[in-house]
Design a protein around this ligand. Structure first.
Ligand code: ATP
Ligand code: MG
Ligand code: FE
Length: 343
């Protein structure tokens, strides 16, 4: 089964051809980051304009690179939410037009389901599985009983982890998106500031990062006022240690409670070296009989890309979950409802 997939939910336009949900025959990612950097974040209107400029060209590129024509494609998949509505609509319209012109069936994919399924491109997922989804807009612990049924058991009450990285990065003068730079600074510093770890004692799997963000910003402003120079590497290390401590603590609790066969990390923040190392170490500390298989997606597949959408779409294809030409963008699509939206 060959799937041509589209992703345009935020600031990356991407197309891919994926075979059997696991093999990347081609992947094209056109990033717009440079156009948004001077604004310090993604400007929706600018994003849509860039998507429409490149989407036809990168559709051809994905087919060419895979040595395929439309005749070789069994399904056309597209991210229909969550994300920026105008950005999503470009991918949804392109996929619907292609489906209508060729008669190839259409599959609507939840962007977060896609992030989690980046793991499927690396190794076989055994179910039940548990995922830590950490990205620019989401911080969730997700339980999966099979490849298409997902349940969110933990969520952030305020900021997402990636959003917190980007906001504190701005205070340190780091270009958007800041996560990668803060991650590398963190490795050159020490946890000297002892920032708050929120909700560690709570009897749930939820997160909160706004208190940490405020503590970080207040520390920087106070130092500014008294003309004290703070070490940016130590600031980054202290921030990152606090983020990783809470993510690891809640995830380990969920792993002990649900004892899944596979543990997955997904989303842009899953590229974080400190978090990857910490989660691997925590899992090695679990009793042998409940140690899940660990799948950390390739770093380049943690950010937004169409390969992960093609991987998720393959599972929906096998389950007969197709969309029709009424498919629309849903900017606030949520995982537990994703299945209800499908036919
Ligand atoms: P969502 O997927 O929740 O809808 P999004 O698509 O904007 O949001 P992604 O593209 O998955 O998010 O991830 C981007 C985020 O990942 C940014 O906030 C970025 O700073 C963060 N990020 C990227 N690399 C790293 C890293 N090494 N460490 C921490 N954060 C990182
Ligand atoms: Mg992005
Ligand atoms: Fe994303």
């Amino acid at each position: 089964v060959r799937i041509l997939a589209y992703e345009s939910s935020c600031d990356e336009t991407s197309t891919a051809v994926i075979k059997n949900g696991t093999d990347i025959e081609s992947l094209v990612v056109a990033t717009q980051i440079k156009s948004h950097q001077r604004f310090g974040g993604v400007v929706p209107e600018v994003a849509s304009r860039h998507h429409i400029e490149v989407i036809s060209q990168i559709t051809k590129e994905a087919l060419n690179e895979a040595n395929a024509t439309w005749d070789d494609i069994d399904a056309i998949a597209v991210t229909y939410g969550p994300g920026l509505v105008g950005a999503l609509l470009i991918g949804v319209s392109a996929a619907k037009a292609a489906s209508m012109a060729t008669g190839i069936p259409l599959i609507g994919v939840d962007h977060i389901m896609g992030h989690i399924m980046a793991a499927q491109l690396k190794d076989k997922i055994e179910y039940p599985a548990l995922a830590l989804q950490v990205s620019g807009g989401h911080t969730e612990i997700v339980l999966m009983k099979d490849p298409i049924h997902f349940e969110i058991i933990g969520d952030t009450r305020d900021d997402a982890a990636g959003e917190a990285y980007d906001k504190i990065g701005r205070v340190l003068g780091v270009n958007y998106p800041a996560g990668k730079t803060i991650d590398s600074w963190a490795h050159q510093g020490k946890d000297t500031f002892n920032f708050p770890r929120a909700m560690m004692e709570d009897d749930d799997y939820d997160f909160s990062f706004s208190g940490l963000k405020s503590a970080f910003i207040n520390t920087c402003h106070h130092a500014d006022q008294i003309h004290e120079e703070l070490n940016k590497y130590d600031l980054a290390a202290s921030f990152q240690a606090a983020v990783i401590d809470v993510l690891a603590h809640k995830t380990v609790r969920a792993l002990k409670q649900y004892q899944p066969k596979t543990f997955i990390m997904g989303g842009g923040v899953a590229a974080n070296h400190g978090l990857r190392d910490r989660m691997s170490a925590e899992i090695e500390k679990l009793p042998k009989n409940i140690q899940p298989k660990v799948i950390l997606p390739d770093i380049k597949l943690c950010g937004d890309n169409a390969a992960m959408i093609g991987a998720a779409a393959y599972n929906l294809y096998n389950a007969g979950k197709f969309a029709d030409l009424t498919l629309n963008a849903d900017p606030s699509l949520e995982l537990p409802y994703a299945d209800n939206m499908l036919n």
